[in-house]
Write a protein that binds this ligand. Structure first.
Ligand SMILES: Cc1cc2nc3c(=O)[nH]c(=O)nc-3n(C[C@H](O)[C@H](O)[C@H](O)COP(=O)(O)O)c2cc1C
Length: 209
């Protein structure tokens, strides 16, 4: 039975374009995988501290040497990592903020990149991801357009970063849905359904795998 982890980042709730596209992906995923399980993680409403001294001390100590304070600091990251490991497919829906990932998404990434848990460093200094056999779909909504060949393409620090960090963890089968140009929705003259309709085929094929 297929399992999906749906991670939402936007704080805009029902107004979020990335979440609306993610919900369409979810429908397609459930149709393609009857009986699938879905875990939803809303980072916008998750009470998530930044990594701090107890977290760092804990993450770089052997498990048997961790104090209760270390363990408490690592607990939320343990939950995030367990959610990832339980999923066959990870769906990440996120806005672009200032050409990069929103801070809450970076905070989540800092929690899940854990030496010995999700990555290791080989003797020669190379990295090996420890999360294997997963697919990921990443939907990025942005006001402007940063697609291949567009004048602002070089400003897109979000897509290459997400590709890099997921690959670092071992997740290399990643499909990106570039939902650029959401500025047309600001005037209210373009209905959101008109904006999202052209993504239907891409979402369906991403959800089918
Ligand atoms: C703090 C902030 C920073 C933003 N930075 C960018 C940006 O760098 N480039 C861009 O095209 N849009 C930017 N936007 C616009 C959002 O990416 C756009 O509204 C997108 O649709 C938000 O995703 P959502 O609809 O899923 O909430 C920014 C919006 C906010 C609130």
């Amino acid at each position: 039975m297929a399992s999906l982890l749906k991670i939402d980042v936007s704080p805009r709730g029902d107004h979020s374009v990335s979440r609306k596209l993610g919900n369409e992906f979810l429908e397609q995923f459930q149709q393609a995988n009857p009986g699938s399980t879905v875990i939803t993680r809303n980072l916008a409403t998750t009470n998530m501290p930044f990594v701090d001294l107890p977290w760092i001390m804990g993450a770089y100590s052997p498990e048997e040497a961790r104090t209760p304070e270390h363990k408490a600091a690592l607990k939320l990251g343990d939950e995030f990592i367990a959610e990832i490991k339980a999923a066959d497919h990870i769906l990440l829906t996120t806005p672009m903020y200032n050409f990069a990932v929103p801070a809450v998404l970076k905070a989540w990434i800092d929690h899940i990149c854990r030496i010995g848990q999700t990555f290791k460093v080989n003797a020669d200094g190379s990295y090996a991801g420890l999360i294997e056999g997963k697919k990921a779909t990443i939907i990025i909504a942005s006001s402007g357009n940063y697609g291949p060949g567009s004048p602002a393409e070089s400003y897109n620090a979000e897509k290459p970063y997400l590709k890099l960090v997921l690959g670092f963890l071992g997740i290399k089968d990643v499909t990106f849905v570039d939902a650029g140009g959401t500025y047309v929705l600001n005037s209210g003259q373009t209905p959101i359904e008109q904006f999202t309709a052209p993504f239907a085929d891409q979402l369906k094929s991403a959800a089918a795998v």
